[in-house]
Design a protein around this ligand. Structure first.
Ligand SMILES: [Zn+2]
Length: 490
């Protein structure tokens, strides 16, 4: 060990010396190949955390094929953050990428107080289901891999919120990747919001009454247990197919669409190991079976990090042939402040949930990358409030348009109010027609008509003895009815 130490120090010193030109390296305004600094492997994982200036998407896809652990991508700067082993560093150098090392600290996970462990997630879901048994049920979707091996007792738990059946289904899922610590919190907070505001907030009440909402905060509970102990664990913990240093299957490379074709690895020690077959893992099987049974209108699947909203395809450049997918994705981008684009613009990968759900079920599927490059995988828990403020509006928008996603092409309404003079609502774009429903909405065009004046619509309705939901939407000049606004009738 003492023999090795001087060598390591030398490499680190060289890295520091190279640091004086780091600012220039990031820009490549100087022309030519981006500079590549020395890399020291001082972390016990045998990996180094680096920033890669990858030059173009195809090179990044090619490097991904060597099984690198890609953390984030910034398409504008053409910079990625990743963990690489020595062979992968050589591959990156051969591809002409610029490389600069990040601190080894990025290879640990810091599980800040406030984040929920699997046990805490389970007890929170139970408490919510107990509090509102009339609208919420806990569903056990299946065993984690360790439970199938009798090594641990963890289930894939879902909270189902809604009333009755036959309603449009919306699925929020998080933590396919264990160490992405902020992601279960988004789904948990949505569960708390829906339960806590039912009967209080008119829109929440409307969505709970008329949609079937599935919340799966932790798709990878075994990997998460490692992450809570400080491991930078991405995959599940399946070790039967090999892998000593970094066990597990990348659950988001294990779905059947384009499985094993691009952007994943056949090597068990790789962080993008795709598994031995599509749906080889109990966790992805459980998600497949849930989605096959429920055919969700929307899937929002939470990852970290990059502040991005991504939609299919991820495995090929072709357009997705459903104009609603990018239109709603761009709306999500506006609501969150995140960059919104088709996933394949970043790099290509097969085997993920969004491509599978869209291809197989037509589900409008979105990968949400929560947090910025400085947040990384394990930001302080205090950052979660901000993430929730960014993510909540788009999650609610998915619920809003779940009955008719093409509503994204119609007029958006705001400032809906019921006053002594009746209904008043404003539109952000020209409106041809507007109408209201009391209680539950009927077919478009059969509601109480409102009078249009400029970008305002007004109308009257017979007052009700009890408080009811009042639903309003409007039709634009393109003939599309827009999303619902909902308030209380009194
Ligand atoms: Zn992820």
């Amino acid at each position: 060990m003492s023999m090795l130490r001087p060598l390591v120090l030398t490499l680190v010193a060289a890295s520091v010396l190279a640091g004086c030109s780091l600012a220039d390296q990031g820009r490549s305004l100087l022309g030519g190949e981006p500079e590549s600094g020395p890399v020291a492997f001082t972390h016990s994982s045998g990996l180094a955390a680096v920033t890669l200036r990858y030059g173009n998407r195809d090179k990044l896809t090619q490097l991904l094929g060597s099984g690198i652990d890609l953390w984030s991508v910034d398409n504008d700067l053409m910079e990625a953050q990743a963990a690489l082993n020595p062979a992968q560093i050589e591959t990156a150098r051969k591809l002409g990428m610029g490389i600069s090392q990040l601190p080894d600290r990025r290879l640990f996970n810091r599980f800040d107080a406030g984040y929920h462990t699997y046990e805490q997630v389970a007890s929170k879901l139970r408490a919510l289901a107990q509090k509102r048994g009339d609208i919420a049920t806990i569903v056990d979707l299946g065993d984690s891999w360790e439970k199938t091996q009798k090594r641990a007792d963890r289930d894939l738990l879902a909270l189902k919120i809604g009333k009755g059946s036959g309603k449009p289904v919306v699925l929020f899922a998080a933590c396919h990747h264990a160490r992405e610590l902020a992601t279960p919190e988004m789904v948990l907070r949505m569960a708390e919001l829906l339960i806590g505001q039912y009967g209080v907030d008119p829109e929440i009440t409307a969505w709970v009454d008329t949609r079937e909402i599935w919340l799966v905060p932790m798709v990878n509970p075994d990997g998460h247990a490692l992450a809570t102990r400080g491991d930078s664990q991405r995959k599940n913990t399946n070790d039967v197919s090999g892998g000593k240093r970094r066990v597990g299957v990348d659950l988001n490379r294990n779905y059947a669409t384009a499985w094993g074709t691009v952007g994943d690895s056949p090597h068990p020690e790789s962080d993008t190991f795709r598994g031995t077959a599509p749906f080889s893992e109990p966790e992805t099987k459980a998600m497949r079976d849930l989605m096959t049974a429920k055919k969700p209108v929307f899937l929002l699947t939470f990852h970290s990090y990059s502040n991005m909203v991504l939609w299919p395809w991820d495995h090929k450049d072709a357009s997705p042939l459903d104009p609603r997918l990018p239109a709603i994705g761009k709306e999500f981008g506006k609501l969150s402040g995140y960059v919104a684009q088709q996933g394949s613009e970043l790099y290509l990968n097969g085997g993920d949930d969004v491509d599978w759900a869209f291809e197989t079920l037509g589900t409008l599927s979105y990968t949400i990358e929560v947090g910025s490059r400085s947040d990384g995988f394990d930001p302080p828990y205090s950052r979660v409030d901000r993430f929730w403020n960014e993510n909540r509006p788009m999650m609610l928008y998915a619920l809003k348009v779940a009955d008719r996603p093409a509503g994204v092409f119609g007029p958006a309404l705001r400032d809906l109010a019921v006053t002594e003079a009746g209904i008043l609502v404003r539109s952000e774009s020209p409106v041809e027609r507007a109408e209201a429903f009391l209680g539950t909405p009927g077919a478009s065009g059969t509601g109480i008509p409102l009078a249009i004046a400029g970008n305002e619509a007004r109308g009257q309705f017979a007052t009700t003895a009890s408080r009811q939901l009042l639903w309003v939407h409007a039709r634009g000049r393109n003939g599309e009815w827009g999303p619902w606004e909902v308030t209380w009738s009194r």
